[in-house]
Ligand binder design. Structure first.
Ligand code: CO
Length: 134
């Protein structure tokens, strides 16, 4: 089932300003920054113990994070659970009537496979499932 909270995604308007807050002032070290063209985002990962904070900046307003920012402003965007076998997990969730945004795994950042569960199935929270690259 779920191994751990892999990361918490936070939508930010300005990644450099957010890094100044989270890295320099809050004191969380930066692991790396990468662009995820499929999601039209620039992403910074900051480790906190076994988990991470994922700062998400939209590279285009017409993108999932861009639309979130326009509608709800900055803040927590999603919570990601790490799973061992994403395809199998999606089958189980589907059989239980969970509403899935992605019915099959797709490529995420750093070579992992990801899928999203619709917030309507989690009381308003967008949930990402992630299977790390082997
Ligand atoms: Co994420």
């Amino acid at each position: 089932m779920y191994r751990k909270i892999d990361h918490i995604g936070i939508a930010v308007r300005d990644l450099d300003a957010a890094l100044a807050a989270y890295q320099a002032r809050l004191g969380i070290p930066l692991a790396h920054i990468e662009e995820v063209p499929e999601q039209k985002t620039r992403v910074a990962l900051l480790p906190v113990g076994e988990s991470r904070i994922e700062l998400l900046e939209a590279t285009e307003p017409e993108s999932p994070v861009g639309r979130f920012l326009a509608k709800r402003g900055e803040g927590i965007h999603h919570i990601c659970f790490q799973v061992e076998d994403l395809a199998a997990e999606l089958q189980v969730l589907k059989s239980r009537g969970v509403r899935l945004i992605d019915e099959t795994p797709r490529r995420g950042a750093h070579g992992c496979l990801v899928a999203f569960v619709h917030p309507s199935s989690a009381h308003g929270v967008l949930i990402e499932l992630s299977q790390p690259a082997q």
